[in-house]
Ligand binder design. Sequence first.
Ligand code: FES
Length: 146
Amino acid sequence: MAAGMLMPMVRFAVDPVLKAEEGGDFVATKQKVSDLTKDPVKVDFTFKQKDAWYESEVTNIAWVYKDDAGKIVALSPTCKHLGCTVNWNTDKEHPGQFFCPCHYGRYEKNGQNIPGTPPLAPLDVYPFKEKDGYLYLGKAQPRKEA
Ligand code: FES
């Protein structure tokens, strides 16, 4: 019984430390790096999120491709206008771009927002790494050059 009462207290004391470590974590995806091409693919990845005492599984999406130099580009799908989800190559009038259906926002393949459309900033980018041939993604960040 005493152990049952003590465990939540111990967890309370340790949690802040654990949270700091989770902040720098990369999450494994099922995407093989060798399968990536110049065409963006939607990569789903799931991670555990702790909100105070509530832990839940969150599924995120990234648009990932290799640029002309063979470098991986991993973009957030969250539109920088009002947060809708952008899709690749779904606007028939503007092929080869990311398109946000909410207010017709458009982005170049590299995530740069197209002037004259609602978004005022480029799509966020995910830091990434490769481990055992698979793609790992970190927390999406705004671009530094934006
Ligand atoms: S939310 Fe994407 S254009 Fe408005």
